[in-house]
Design a protein around this ligand. Structure first.
Ligand SMILES: Cc1cc2nc3c(=O)[nH]c(=O)nc-3n(C[C@H](O)[C@H](O)[C@H](O)COP(=O)(O)O)c2cc1C
Length: 181
């Protein structure tokens, strides 16, 4: 086993060129600066079937997704809030993960919102991650008014949010190192 921590990003939208794709990019870059290796699942290139749909159990994308998760030491989940909860893409991604892929591994959570801030999606992802025996770090971030959240360079405008995001990256890498000992 390599000494490097591997952090896997899972996006709640199909397109990584989205607000949630950008949030993952920011956090994974920070994790990388903190010495971790990173990877991200690209739902646009390799969509996962809905759990239970015909042929889903033999889908090669599912196998690859689960193998990537098995190799990871930690996960960043970034989901848009849809009708007060995580997106279907995020829920279906988590439905493809079982404790054999995720048990004892660290989870960091981010949600983006079109409107005002809410902890709903964060809380719902926290419950689902707990159900697959993940250790969810206490640091988390909801990014409200997402259309106005980034400057022209794709950086978060709000300094307190930037601080919060860095605290997530730091906690994920440090916690993953401690849990892997
Ligand atoms: C079906 C749907 C439901 C939504 N529900 C909410 C909501 O309950 N609260 C909210 O603040 N924004 C809501 N939005 C706005 C999304 O949260 C917003 O577009 C998303 O965070 C942008 O992220 P993305 O660029 O990664 O898709 C909703 C959007 C869609 C398409």
């Amino acid at each position: 086993m390599s000494d490097d921590i591997l952090v896997m990003g899972i996006c709640g939208t199909y397109d990584l060129d989205s607000a949630n794709g950008r949030m993952l990019e920011i956090i994974l870059d920070q994790c990388s600066e903190l010495g971790a290796k990173t990877t991200v699942w690209d739902h646009g290139a390799k969509p996962l079937p809905l759990v239970g749909e015909e042929g889903c159990w033999d889908d090669p994308n599912v196998k690859e997704f689960q193998e990537m998760a098995t190799k990871a030491d930690a996960f960043i989940l970034s989901s848009p809030e849809y009708h007060g909860t995580m997106s279907g893409v995020m829920k279906n991604s988590l439905d493809w993960l079982y404790s054999k892929h995720t048990s004892g591994k660290v989870f960091g959570l981010v949600a983006t919102l079109g409107g005002q801030s809410s902890n709903n999606t964060l809380n719902h992802m926290r419950i689902a991650a707990r159900w697959i025996h993940g250790w969810v770090i206490p640091e988390q971030a909801a990014v409200p008014h997402i259309k106005e959240a980034f400057d022209e360079d794709g950086n978060l405008k709000d300094q307190s949010l930037r601080d919060r995001i860095l605290s997530i990256s730091t906690s994920v890498v440090e916690s993953a190192k401690k849990l892997r000992r």
